[in-house]
Design a protein around this ligand. Structure first.
Ligand SMILES: *[C@@H]1O[C@H](CO)[C@@H](O)[C@H](O)[C@H]1NC(C)=O
Ligand SMILES: *[C@@H]1O[C@H](CO)[C@@H](O)[C@H](O)[C@H]1NC(C)=O
Ligand SMILES: *[C@@H]1O[C@H](CO)[C@@H](O)[C@H](O)[C@H]1NC(C)=O
Ligand SMILES: *[C@@H]1O[C@H](CO)[C@@H](O)[C@H](O)[C@H]1NC(C)=O
Length: 502
């Protein structure tokens, strides 16, 4: 990030008008942000504000299906996300067939990143572009594309941070053995990872295995609202044709953890000593706070943290699921064998964090008497005082990211962290004047600064997203991009917004 010349216009351009948060809360947040601004870097955030961590890297994030396009070109086969969007499941019936066409425009995009002074770019590899059908021979055109993109980034001094699987599991594997539900996925994922390390690892130093598996497992196998849309009544929020909401989220997550850990073991054995890179898992983190001081709400908040963060990080750090999960899910959650536990424990060099908003938790433990699965609907009755998920704009609450970073420090031994997604959603129509996005990013970067000052080992901050890409949830009318794209423009021209300049 270069030094900023932008002055925040909190008074003349209130960013709050689109949210439905109560006025007292808005005021509180406003005061909080202003005081944070005074305490640290204000509108002049710069690298000098991070003396404890001068190597902290700033970047933009995207994922393959959301920006690449060329979905049916040069040998790529469909992923479960293609299937989902072609079934009309995304808002507005949108698909990623063309998306931002980065497949053809990568040179232009990297030039734009360089012009904006970007230090790092987080993107994902489309498994079914590199290895069509998920197994077997490498697709030379897919290989060429990722080599080109990586080389282009490096020649502009931009560090690639690569995710191996961002929701887009090859559809062929879904059909063959149920994708993440099948045990074969562990071996197939490791084989795919092996190809990536071998082909790109001489130049890629930061690898993430699987993106936000905790959301993927819950949305894809419990609520059924995300690919591959498996769920069962009465728990699904859509009419799934197959699945089992009681067991499959846990099975999918279990296989994801084993696949992740197998890839990490392989990387460490075969590549890390010569390639000198780092590997981690990127999880979705919500910052939960109790709605009241009652003992019940405090305990419910712990449960919520266990079910969201602990589900992934307890195995990675301690080698097993949190006790609360094992008690509540009982035989529905797979048990780690001793060998699996040892495989998973310690299988990371860093933790990636996706974080957007806080939620407050009100105890609803009565539902635990029958069956627990959906942390939004059942357990943590969410208090919109934290964030109303139906509004367009995400509430600006940097203390929430600070809370997550402090939690990782306190509970999980302060692992190195990359914040791999954080960003503001606005109406897609909002073109270059995205002041609320600037305010969001500035506030959250200040939150990172506070956490780093207080000892968090945060190594980077990536904002979601580089472009107004194809979004998984609530696409169409809203976007997170720092560069505007008119999807009706045949050239899909990129227009950097105020936030990109900032
Ligand atoms: C599921 O199907 C039933 C019966 O066809 C219908 O009434 C209901 O609205 C559907 N639910 C959803 C979420 O689509
Ligand atoms: C889900 O799986 C469990 C355990 O195998 C089984 O008892 C339950 O009936 C299944 N539910 C559905 C909806 O298939
Ligand atoms: C889109 O943006 C234009 C120009 O900023 C504005 O006049 C119009 O009302 C916006 N439309 C919507 C649907 O927000
Ligand atoms: C800062 O770190 C200390 C020690 O880890 C912790 O006790 C304290 O709560 C942290 N402060 C904030 C504001 O999180």
């Amino acid at each position: 990030m270069r030094s900023s010349t932008l002055t925040l216009q909190l008074s003349s351009k209130p960013p709050w008008k689109c949210t439905q948060t109560p006025h007292s809360l808005q005021l509180l947040l406003l005061l909080l942000i202003i005081s944070l601004g005074v305490l640290c870097c204000g509108s002049e955030c710069s690298r000098h504000d991070f003396p404890q961590n001068p190597n902290l890297v700033f970047g933009f994030a995207t994922s393959a299906y959301q920006v690449e396009g060329a979905a049916n070109q040069d040998g790529r086969t469909p992923s479960i996300w293609d299937t989902f969007s072609h079934a009309g499941q995304a808002a507005g019936g949108a698909t990623g067939d063309v998306a931002c066409d980065q497949y053809h425009k990568y040179k232009e995009d990297v030039q734009l990143m360089a012009d904006l002074g970007l230090e790092a770019y987080r993107f994902s590899i489309s498994w079914s572009r590199l290895i069509p059908y998920g197994r077997g021979p490498v697709n030379p055109k897919g290989l060429q594309y990722y080599n080109n993109l990586i080389n282009e980034l490096l020649s502009h001094g931009i560090q690639p941070h690569v995710t191996l699987c961002n929701y887009d599991l090859p559809q062929a594997l879904e059909e063959d053995y149920g994708g993440w539900i099948g045990r074969n996925i562990v071996k197939d994922f490791a084989t795919y990872a092996d190809v990536c390390f071998r082909e790109f690892g001489d130049r890629v130093k930061y690898w993430s295995t699987i993106n936000e598996p905790n959301v993927f497992a819950q949305g894809g196998y419990d609520a059924g609202v995300l690919p591959p849309q498996r769920c069962s009544p009465p728990f699904g929020r859509v009419n799934c044709t197959r699945g089992n909401s009681s067991t499959e989220p846990y099975i999918a997550a279990h296989h994801i953890l084993l696949a992740h850990a197998s890839a990490v073991r392989l990387y460490r054995k075969k590549f890390q000593q010569t390639q000198h890179g780092f590997i981690g898992l990127c999880i979705y983190a919500i910052w939960f706070t109790p709605l009241s001081d009652s003992k019940e709400d405090i305990i419910a908040t712990r449960r919520a943290n266990d079910f969201v963060i602990g589900w992934m990080l307890d195995p990675l750090v301690f080698g097993d699921y949190p006790n609360s999960m094992k008690q509540i899910a009982g035989s529905r959650i797979p048990a780690f064998t001793k060998a699996e536990s040892e495989l998973v424990k310690g299988s990371f060099d860093f933790i990636g964090i996706v974080h957007y908003f806080p939620l407050s938790v009100k105890d609803n433990s009565r539902v635990l008497e029958y069956e627990y699965r959906d942390y939004y609907m059942d357990q943590a009755i969410v208090n919109p005082g934290g964030f109303d998920m139906t509004t367009v704009e995400v509430v600006i609450a940097p203390w929430s990211l600070e809370g997550v970073l402090e939690y990782l420090k306190r509970v999980y031994g302060n692992p190195p962290v990359f914040i791999y997604e954080n960003g503001q959603r606005l109406l897609r129509n909002t073109t270059v004047e995205d002041t609320p996005r600037v305010e969001y990013m500035e506030a959250y970067i200040e939150g990172v600064l506070n956490a780093v000052r207080n000892g968090s080992d945060t190594r980077g901050y990536f904002t979601w997203s580089f472009l107004d890409g194809y979004e998984l949830a609530r696409s169409g009318d809203t976007a997170y991009g720092l560069c505007y794209i008119d999807l009706d423009d045949p050239d899909l021209k990129r227009y950097p917004k105020l936030s990109a300049q900032w």
